[in-house]
Write a protein that binds this ligand. Structure first.
Ligand code: GSH
Length: 205
């Protein structure tokens, strides 16, 4: 990698979306600079940041001249560019679709469940906490049953599916969603945490 290809991650350490991207950079063993975006101060709505991502959200990745916004897009970009063996994002249609299926869950029920519950409880966002907890508990029951059959979400080896799901499931208790009733999910979290290069997400507050 030459100096023009320096990787910069614009993110926030307490954002699970941001953590997904930073976790992947670490799992791939890549060098990068983390640039903190002060969400509480509204830095994500300043013109300089909106030029990188008009949606005004973190994370955003810069890789030399390339700009990629959105946590899932960043995972796909990093795996496509820096994992030529397709370990993290399989090339064959069925396993690729299986990973994509969990991307949809990460941006759907994970966002509407554990993510929103945490945003409401920890950061005071105006979301219905009870509704988010209900979505999270239904989701966790589905995850608990699914992960009973394999070590990781799409099989015996970790893929981007696990990276996309990990951060907000790990931090669900911060949003008032207990994981005690979901031992398979807790065992899976530990398997992700044992991966070489794993980076923990800091605790809120
Ligand atoms: N679809 C986006 C969503 C990212 C997102 O919602 N990020 C939040 C932090 S967790 C954010 O930047 N919020 C800005 C704000 O609250 O103004 C992704 O996956 O990256």
């Amino acid at each position: 990698m030459n100096s023009e290809q320096k990787i910069i991650l614009h993110g926030a350490k307490l954002s699970g979306h941001s953590h997904r991207a930073e976790l992947m950079l670490n799992l791939l063993g890549l060098n990068y600079e983390f640039r903190a975006v002060d969400l509480a101060a509204g830095a994500q709505r300043q013109p300089g940041f909106l030029r990188l991502n008009p949606f005004g959200t973190v994370p955003v990745l810069e890789d030399g001249q390339i700009v990629v916004a959105d946590s899932i897009a960043i995972l796909v970009y990093l795996a496509g560019k820096y994992d030529p063996g397709h370990r993290w994002l399989p090339a064959d249609p069925l396993p690729a679709a299986q990973v994509q299926r969990w991307f949809s869950v990460a941006q759907g029920d994970v966002f509407n469940g554990p993510c929103k519950a945490r945003l409401a409880k920890v950061f005071g966002y105006p979301f219905d906490h009870g509704q988010a907890v209900a979505v999270a508990e239904r989701l966790l029951k589905i995850l608990e049953a699914h992960i009973a059959g394999s070590a990781f979400f799409t099989g015996a080896a970790a893929t981007l599916a696990d990276v996309a799901l990990y951060s907000y499931i790990a931090k669900a208790p911060e949003g008032g969603v207990a994981l005690d009733a979901f031992p398979n999910v807790r065992a899976w979290l530990e398997r992700v945490e044992a991966l070489p290069g794993f980076l923990a997400m800091p605790e809120a507050g």
